[in-house]
Design a protein around this ligand. Structure first.
Ligand SMILES: Cc1cc2nc3c(=O)[nH]c(=O)nc-3n(C[C@H](O)[C@H](O)[C@H](O)COP(=O)(O)OP(=O)(O)OC[C@H]3O[C@@H](n4cnc5c(N)ncnc54)[C@H](O)[C@@H]3O)c2cc1C
Length: 407
């Protein structure tokens, strides 16, 4: 079998690992337009940005592991188009790769600002290692950093910048940070945490222009307020890289490449996995795209197994993490649609779990410094057992409470 994998992130690397585990004896080629082997993105806004780890710690697998799995690497090469009639992929370097099966793990790119001044120097995005390298070049000298976007990436960068002694301002367009993904109580926790650490967070600040002559020197919001900056970092979301799939006339929506439960696109010989895939999650009963390492890894596993003839479907429970000021947030499940929030622990002590319930069942949990709650919340969510607020607030260790609930 001839397999072509397009992508250089967690999903592509997991395809390689799974091929090795399944002793794949076909002929595989991995094509990525980044000049390096697939690497971990989470440290780009955390320990790699802070300098706590170097570039040598980022690769997910060493180059030899690809050789060991019989995978040829084409690094720094963009895949231009797919011809589904001849089953070939055309590469920017001029060569053409034939395939029997194709896996698209093309991820996404950072959403760009479009306002006046968006092209000025000194404005940074964080999606690739090259982005963080470019940012670090200016980071050491910058005294005032304005971050546009109060999502996880913006807040993680704020935490690193504060630790490095910068004056940090976060501008969020909506009425609270992390508004898309967490309850107001969790937004309040992070607002308070950043305030205590000295970050200024301003909500309801729609950015309308970046000012400066040759480089950004201030950010202006719709209400006329102006924030001076030596450097601007933008974290306003991700746009899935669907162009290649769309030009091959696969089913593509603005939200991502449509795939079924086996991660197959509308062409059964082409799979799409990771940040780029738009799918129906069987547990939550709705369509979604998930931007997380867990999702990229688990979908890649399903695609490889299915491609090799096993009848597997994707139904993994989503989980995610974020690190800010040495505090680990671990998130299990998806909280949208909850009707009750239960707070276990003490936000003031920076050790707290927020449980999201719907119809008396747990659907998600945000756990801050609470590993037992996170591990057991995953089991409670998957089991769909009924839970009450009183049970979740029982003072016994959470492991014991969960064991009783799970029977
Ligand atoms: C700064 C940052 C922090 C994060 N922190 C966390 C975290 O704490 N926890 C967590 O779970 N997740 C985190 N994430 C998200 C996580 O990194 C992504 O969900 C994950 O990387 C998705 O992997 P992927 O392989 O689907 O896509 P990507 O990692 O986006 O990889 C796609 C690759 O495909 C390449 N490509 C695209 N089109 C082509 C083409 N036509 N030809 C050749 N190559 C192409 C791209 O250049 C890229 O290398 C973070 C992401 C970022 C950017």
């Amino acid at each position: 079998m001839k397999l072509v994998i397009i992508g250089g992130g967690h999903a592509a690397a997991q395809v390689a690992t799974s091929l090795r585990q399944h002793k794949f004896d076909g002929d595989a080629t991995l094509v990525t337009d980044e000049p390096v082997v697939p690497y971990q993105r989470p440290p780009l806004s955390k320990m790699y940005l802070s300098g706590d780890i170097g570039a040598e710690r980022l690769p997910i697998l060493r180059e030899q592991a690809y050789e060991g799995a019989n995978i040829s690497l084409k690094l720094g090469v963009h895949a231009n188009s797919i011809d589904r009639d001849t089953k070939t992929v055309s590469l920017a370097c001029g060569s053409t790769l034939p395939y029997d099966k194709l896996i698209l793990a093309t991820g996404g790119h950072a959403r760009r600002l479009t306002c006046k001044g968006a092209d000025l120097a000194g404005i940074h995005y964080v999606r690739t290692m090259a982005d963080t390298d470019a940012m670090r070049g200016e980071f050491d000298h910058a005294k005032r950093i304005v971050i546009i976007g109060g999502g996880y990436i913006g807040l993680e960068i704020a935490a690193v910048a504060r630790k490095a002694g910068k004056a940090v301002t976060v501008l969020e367009a909506t009425d609270r940070i992390l508004g898309r993904v967490v309850a107001p109580e969790v937004s309040d926790f992070y607002t308070q945490l950043h305030a205590e650490e000295g970050v200024e967070i301003h909500t309801d600040k729609l950015v309308t222009s970046i000012e400066g002559t040759d480089r950004a020197s201030a950010v202006r919001s719709a209400d006329g307020d102006r924030y001076e900056a030596d450097m601007v970092v933008v974290g306003i979301g991700l746009v899935p890289n669907t162009d290649l799939a769309a030009s091959a006339h696969l089913d593509v929506l603005p939200q991502g490449i449509q795939v079924n439960a086996h991660c197959q696109t509308s062409d059964p010989d082409i799979y799409a996995v990771g940040d780029v895939a738009w799918f129906r999650h069987s547990f939550y009963g709705r369509e979604m795209r998930i931007e997380s390492v867990q999702n990229a890894v688990d979908q890649a596993k399903v695609a490889v197994e299915h491609m090799l003839g096993n009848d597997v479907s994707y139904d993994a429970l989503p989980w995610f993490w974020s690190d800010q000021y040495g505090l680990k947030l671990q998130i299990a499940g998806l909280s949208q649609g909850y009707d009750t929030l239960v707070t276990r622990g003490n936000p003031a002590e920076r050790s707290v779990a927020f449980f999201y319930l719907k119809d008396s069942k747990m659907i998600a949990a945000d756990c801050i410094g609470r590993i037992a709650e996170f591990m057991n919340a995953k089991k409670l969510i998957a089991s769909e057992v009924p839970v009450t607020e009183a049970q979740l607030l029982d003072e016994r260790p959470f492991k014991e409470i969960a064991a009783d609930l799970l029977g």
